[in-house]
Ligand binder design. Structure first.
Ligand SMILES: *[C@@H]1O[C@H](CO)[C@@H](O)[C@H](O)[C@H]1NC(C)=O
Ligand SMILES: *[C@@H]1O[C@H](CO)[C@@H](O)[C@H](O)[C@H]1NC(C)=O
Ligand SMILES: *[C@@H]1O[C@H](CO)[C@@H](O)[C@H](O)[C@H]1NC(C)=O
Ligand SMILES: *[C@@H]1O[C@H](CO)[C@@H](O)[C@H](O)[C@H]1NC(C)=O
Ligand SMILES: *[C@@H]1O[C@H](CO)[C@@H](O)[C@H](O)[C@H]1NC(C)=O
Ligand SMILES: *[C@@H]1O[C@H](CO)[C@@H](O)[C@H](O)[C@H]1NC(C)=O
Ligand SMILES: *[C@@H]1O[C@H](CO)[C@@H](O)[C@H](O)[C@H]1NC(C)=O
Length: 505
């Protein structure tokens, strides 16, 4: 009898533990800036997320371009550990090597092992299901219960999805096909059909990525709004690395008009993301589980619109590109609060696993933000982290890459390859030191460093003047040693370095 009672008790406790697991919803936009003010245009996002939760004032990505950054988000790893260097299959994006090395170690399989019903809605990796990737849309990565995923890169109309491994093609009828709305409906359905288990949802919208096609009802909502004329806007900087100082011409009047138009359309596409959030929150409320759900709002990297003459793009080590919005609401999180704590793209997977009560895998480079979310630990505001970027050329190792649905412009080059050390501490403020490499070859070599930049961001908020000449040789050497150690770090050695701070003294 006593034995029975114990068994019963254990069962009861286990059941209680399972039931109390919180739901987790991760909403990821594509190319959304934070430094240029996109959040200011989104009142519904503010009332549903910022007013209800914790805003991270210092959220960054560790690689400012789609596929490598999404790979970091999914795996909790720096680019040097997941080996997705660029957006192409040749450089690892949804390549066969991704599937053997990483795909069963993303947050999906772990959350599934932690007892979650998992759902993926939207953009996975830029080459998913594309010819050349080695798999078609029948491929469902391990660990995902529901799979409703875009073929290839961000689109709004005329796309195909893998609907549970079956190809489904869409045209351009707004009511039936607008991609943000389509994943909204699928996400809501998933919530409605999941009352009996904790759910984990990854919802990745096309917005506000190019072509930035707004829904018809939002088409002229921001007419006349122009890209912010920041001090760095169209600034003809001559003391920066090659692609900026020599490769990029000053924007003409025509280009300025096109960038402004893109700015307007980007904001308009985000209005549909607000609709998506509203629907998801509404569905959770209807299921009476909103109070047991963490909702994250984030972007895969930032974006610049005219800074240092560069038309709309990412791929640079400046704040516009590496900073991202991150807002989290959920049980135990104080509403309407802001933290100065560091949050990185590689922290997403560790944070979700921690909230799910699953141990952090030893090979994850990121760290859980749960103690910050729940106010269990004061924010560590002395920190440093690495930004890694591998420049894209016409083919691996060669040349430059021009792009433009509007006016083609120099978009990236193999020598736009960099390792940056981004630092903050109370004495020295915000600093960034960058090494630029003449080739995107892996492994990287110190002998390929051809240029250096340094900014005291506290003093030079728009990073207008490269102050590398103000550093002593010893300071430069110390920054470079730290960069190199970071570039070799894995798991706990990355965690250890993050808290340390190089100081100039
Ligand atoms: C959020 O906090 C600010 C002050 O920190 C206050 O002015 C504002 O009214 C608050 N908003 C809500 C929705 O509580
Ligand atoms: C991934 O697959 C490998 C090889 O099949 C296996 O050893 C490993 O345990 C798997 N990892 C996870 C998280 O499922
Ligand atoms: C979708 O494709 C059709 C057929 O190619 C084309 O006529 C239409 O303009 C496309 N729609 C959009 C929004 O690109
Ligand atoms: C778009 O789809 C809706 C719903 O099926 C339909 O009522 C409408 O006629 C379609 N519009 C066009 C232009 O085909
Ligand atoms: C969550 O809300 C539901 C009703 O919507 C309520 O029944 C439940 O007790 C609440 N749970 C907590 C932990 O507040
Ligand atoms: C950077 O690469 C481009 C394209 O190969 C080349 O034209 C340019 O000279 C290179 N810049 C430097 C400083 O090597
Ligand atoms: C950066 O600038 C701030 C503000 O002027 C200053 O307090 C700080 O000491 C500077 N940091 C370094 C490393 O010089």
């Amino acid at each position: 009898m006593a034995v029975f009672r114990e068994v019963f008790l254990v069962l009861l406790l286990t059941a209680a533990a399972v039931v109390s697991k919180p739901n987790i919803v991760y909403v990821l936009t594509d190319d959304q800036d934070v430094k240029l003010g996109s959040l200011d245009a989104l009142p519904v996002l503010k009332s549903l997320m910022t007013d209800q939760g914790l805003y991270f004032d210092n959220a960054f990505v560790t690689t400012p371009v789609c596929c490598p950054s999404r790979s970091s988000i999914l795996t909790g790893k720096y680019t040097h550990n997941h080996h997705t260097y660029e957006n192409t299959v040749e450089r690892g994006c949804d390549a066969p090597s991704w599937r053997t090395l990483n795909e069963n170690k993303t947050m999906g399989p772990y959350m599934s092992m932690a007892g979650y019903k998992t759902g993926f809605f939207g953009k996975y990796l830029n080459n998913y299901g594309e010819p050349g990737s080695g798999v078609d849309l029948s491929h469902i990565p391990p660990g995902w219960t529901r799979w409703f995923t875009l073929q290839g890169n961000s689109k709004y109309y005329n796309y195909s999805v893998s609907n549970q491994g079956v190809k489904e093609s869409h045209g351009d009828n707004y009511t039936l096909d607008y991609f943000t709305d389509v994943i909204k409906a699928e996400a809501v359905k998933f919530i409605e059909e999941s009352s009996d288990s904790p759910i984990f949802m990854y919802i990745a919208t096309p917005a506000p990525h190019r072509p930035a096609t707004p829904a018809p009802q939002y088409e002229s909502r921001f007419v006349g709004q122009v890209a912010p004329r920041s001090p760095s806007y169209n600034f003809d900087s001559k003391d920066k690395h090659w692609i900026i100082s020599e490769g990029t011409p000053v924007m003409t009047k025509e280009v300025i008009g096109l960038v402004d138009e893109l700015y307007e359309m980007r904001l308009e596409t985000l209005l549909s993301v607000q609709d998506l959030l509203e629907a998801v929150v509404g569905a959770l409320e209807k299921q009476k589980v909103l109070n047991n759900t963490y909702i994250f709002f984030n972007s895969d990297h930032g974006y610049h619109l005219g800074q240092f003459k560069q038309q709309g793009e990412k791929r640079q080590p400046y704040e516009e590109d590496i900073r991202v919005p991150l807002i989290v609401r959920g049980p135990g999180i104080k509403p309407n609060t802001t933290t100065q704590a560091l949050a990185l793209s590689i922290d997403m997977a560790p944070t979700f696993l921690d909230l799910a009560g699953w141990p952090l895998p030893e090979d994850m480079d990121g760290q859980s933000l749960k103690p910050i979310l729940l106010g269990e630990e004061p924010a560590e505001t002395n920190y440093q982290f690495l930004v890694e970027y591998f420049g894209a050329g016409t083919s691996p190792g060669v040349g430059c890459f021009y792009y433009g649905p509007y006016v083609p412009f120099l978009h990236d080059c193999v020598n736009n390859t960099f390792l940056s050390l981004r630092m903050h501490d109370s004495q020295n403020g915000d600093q960034i030191f960058s090494d630029f490499f003449s080739t995107d070859a892996v492994p990287m070599s110190q002998s390929d460093i051809y240029f250096r930049e340094y900014y005291n961001i506290t003093e030079d908020y728009w990073e207008l003047h490269n102050a590398v000449a103000s550093l002593t040789d010893k300071e430069t050497e110390e920054f470079e040693n730290t960069i190199w150690n970071f570039h070799m770090c894995t798991g706990s050695s990355c965690h250890k370095m993050r808290g340390k701070k190089n100081s100039r003294a």
